[in-house]
Design a binder for this molecule. Structure first.
Ligand code: CUA
Length: 156
C-alpha cells in the first residue's frame, strides 16, 4: 500500500514538473516575442509621437552625468536631425522607427543600431571629444536612403 502511495506522489510530481516546464517555456516564448533582440522595449509604431520619450524628441537631462536623446527615424530622415550633447557625459540614445527598418549609426563611434518599427533601440555612449558627428542610416530603406542623415554637435 505504501508503494502505491509513493507511486502516486511521484506521478503527481511528474505532472507538476511537466506543467512547470511547459509554463516556463510558455513564459519564455511570450517574453521572447516581446523582446526579439533582448532587453528592447516595444512601441506602437502608429503612436510614436504620443509615446514617451518620443512625444518630446530631442535631448533631455536625466541627472548631472546622464542625458537621454530620443530620436524618431522615418523615411528619409531623423527628428530632430540636429542635436547638441555635452562631452564626457553618458548619453542614452533611444531611437524608434515610424515606418520601415532603418539604422542609427554614429560615424567614428560604436553606436550602430538597427531601428525596427515597433521597437525602441537603445544604446549608451559617452563622447570623449568635442566636435561634429554624423549620423547615417546603414540599412537600405528606399529611394531616399542615401540622404538619410543627421548631425550631433558635441560641446563642452
Ligand atoms: Cu533609413 Cu536607410
Amino acid at each position: 500500500m505504501h508503494f502505491h502511495r509513493y507511486e502516486k506522489i511521484w506521478l503527481g510530481f511528474g505532472i507538476f514538473s511537466l506543467v512547470l516546464f511547459l509554463s516556463i517555456v510558455g513564459v519564455s516564448a511570450f517574453g521572447f516575442n516581446h523582446h526579439p533582440t533582448g532587453g528592447l522595449d516595444t512601441i506602437d509604431p502608429e503612436k510614436v509621437e504620443e509615446t514617451p520619450p518620443f512625444d518630446q524628441p530631442g535631448v533631455k537631462r536625466l541627472d548631472e552625468n546622464t542625458y537621454e536623446v530620443a530620436i524618431i527615424a522615418e523615411a528619409f530622415g531623423y527628428s530632430p536631425n540636429n542635436i547638441e550633447v555635452p562631452v564626457g557625459k553618458e548619453i542614452i540614445f533611444r531611437v524608434t522607427s515610424k515606418d520601415v527598418t532603418h539604422s542609427f549609426s554614429i560615424i567614428n563611434t560604436n553606436v550602430n543600431m538597427m531601428v525596427v518599427p515597433g521597437q525602441i533601440s537603445e544604446k549608451s555612449y559617452t563622447f570623449k571629444k568635442t566636435g561634429d558627428f554624423l549620423i547615417l542610416c546603414n540599412e537600405y530603406c528606399g529611394t531616399g536612403h542615401h540622404y538619410m542623415q543627421a548631425e550631433i554637435k558635441v560641446v563642452e
